[in-house]
Design a protein around this ligand. Structure first.
Ligand code: TRP
Length: 470
């Protein structure tokens, strides 16, 4: 009886299109928009893009299909899903929830900063343009005084918005919000691409980005493309298992996987086509990725561009949507775990996890980049060179990027390929012949033999050679 009630209470998507947009919303995030362009640049432009496409087709798509199959077959939160399919394997789900939690700690903060920049471009763009580095330092607490806005106010608003979307449930909240945010995001991307590509000097950047130079092909570029692909597609962290669990058996997983991967890749390439040419057209700055590049170097691009204030505003709004749709999916993995496994009412699960992440997340900003209000905490990390001290903010990122996510991805891929088994997965995908899956043999081969060693390389490369995943 109790079990039945639980099943009735579980959410589900209202349409396959809604599911596709939500999963694409999860995938398209900070990693896609602010890391991909930088990595494409350092990875040699065209050759990186080509490798990225290749690993996305051979591995990303393959693992995503496996995760959706697990979720849909079990119709449960990620911990219960792994346990339901094979006794003793709940830990894969736990690893996923744990990674989601850690990623959320910095997603909440950075999402807050993005929101702060949306407001800044509306309210005081001249201040941002006057001294981009000082503005960013002030926000993130490397200036004087306590960073009220960067550590408290904006991350809080960001988390409250995430909680608000979640409280509408799967169909009324997550699906509805993504159906609005994703088309807007795409529209803004196209408008921005048009704006930056018309800058003088931009063609050179575009040429660099899409001309393939095979002499730049090497193992570290390949690993970097691999890591980026897994992170960008939100794989390994049980988020796709959770989203898959709200699907009914009438949906075609294969078609969805193609659409989601296609959308994420489109956004990644468009972002690169916006950022790289813009950097080529702005001689004062050099290419980079992540926080300070996105907030400071890009300000120089926007300040030198006709209509730059509007372009900047559009860019941060789109980044904000991308971050919010991803954080919603990360939180859904945590919330569905808390409510279904621990029996918390959904509302309480949302509130408590929001509060926890907000409080812990604050420590991220307070230890970011040698913040003046820095917490006197010391952490350590290691690579082949030995053990070295890091700040808490660095520790959180390293733990997620180098350990938790690749480990969770490896576990879930071994689970699909070897524990649950590719036969069961194919049966789940085919639904008694309702859907044809002509490349099932190839898929099984890839997930059993190619994906595990590839992910193991990311794990080892990150742990010992300091290769960054996201
Ligand atoms: N894909 C997201 C991005 O590109 C980041 C991410 C990694 C993520 N794993 C996730 C988001 C799991 C949601 C769920 O930024």
């Amino acid at each position: 009886m109790a079990k039945e009630r639980k099943n009735i209470q579980r959410g589900c998507w209202s349409s396959n299109q809604g599911f596709i947009l939500a999963a694409a919303g999860s995938a398209v995030g900070l990693g896609t928009i602010w890391k991909f362009p930088g990595k494409a640049y350092t990875g040699g432009g065209g050759i990186f893009c080509l490798l990225y496409l290749l690993v996305t087709l051979l591995l990303g798509l393959v693992l995503m299909l496996g995760e959706f199959a697990v979720g849909r077959a079990a119709q449960k939160n990620c911990v219960a899903a792994f346990r339901h399919l094979r006794k003793g394997w709940a830990w894969v789900g736990f690893l996923g929830v744990f990674s989601s939690l850690i990623v959320m700690l910095y997603y909440a903060e950075v999402g807050g900063w993005v929101l702060a920049y949306v407001i800044a471009y509306l309210r005081e763009p001249e201040l941002v343009f006057a001294d981009p580095s000082a503005y960013f330092a002030e926000l993130t607490g490397q200036g004087e005084g306590f960073p009220w806005e960067g550590a408290l106010l904006f991350p809080l608003i960001f988390m409250l918005l995430t909680a608000f979307v979640l409280s509408g449930g799967v169909r009324g909240g997550i699906e509805k919000f993504n159906a609005l945010a994703m088309p807007l995001l795409l529209l803004f991307l196209f408008v921005l691409a048009f704006a930056t590509l018309s800058l003088p000097g931009a063609e050179e950047g575009l040429r660099f980005l899409f001309s393939v130079d095979f002499s730049k092909l090497n193992a570290s570029t390949l690993l970097s493309a691999l890591g980026q692909c897994f992170f960008s597609l939100s794989l390994g962290m049980s988020v796709m298992v959770t989203y898959g669990s709200y699907l009914s058996s009438g949906e075609n997983l294969l078609r969805s996987v193609w659409a989601i991967t296609g959308l994420d890749t489109l956004v990644a390439f468009l972002s690169a086509a916006i950022v790289v040419p813009a950097v080529f057209a702005t001689p004062q700055i050099s290419m980079g990725e992540g926080g300070s590049f996105t907030f400071t170097a890009l300000a120089t691009v926007f300040s030198g561009m006709p209509g730059g204030v509007y372009a900047g505003l559009l860019f941060y709004i789109l980044l904000f949507f991308a971050a919010l749709t991803s954080s919603v999916s990360l939180m859904e993995a945590i919330v569905s775990f808390l409510s279904e496994e621990w029996g918390l009412p959904r509302r309480l699960a949302i509130r408590s996890s929001t509060a926890l992440i907000f409080l812990l997340g604050m420590a991220y900003t307070l230890s970011y980049g040698g913040s003046a209000a820095a917490l006197p905490l010391r952490f350590f990390w290691f690579d082949s060179g030995g053990v070295y001290p890091v700040s808490l903010a660095e520790f959180i990122e390293l733990l997620a990027d180098r350990l938790a996510i690749p480990l969770a991805a490896l576990a879930s891929c071994l689970f699909v390929g070897w524990v649950w088994g590719t036969d069961s997965a194919c049966r789940e995908i085919r639904q008694q012949g309702k859907f044809s899956f002509s490349w099932a043999g190839l898929w099984s081969f890839l997930i059993k033999y190619l994906a595990p060693p590839a992910i193991a390389c990311i794990l080892l490369g990150g742990l010992f050679f300091g290769l960054s995943l996201s």
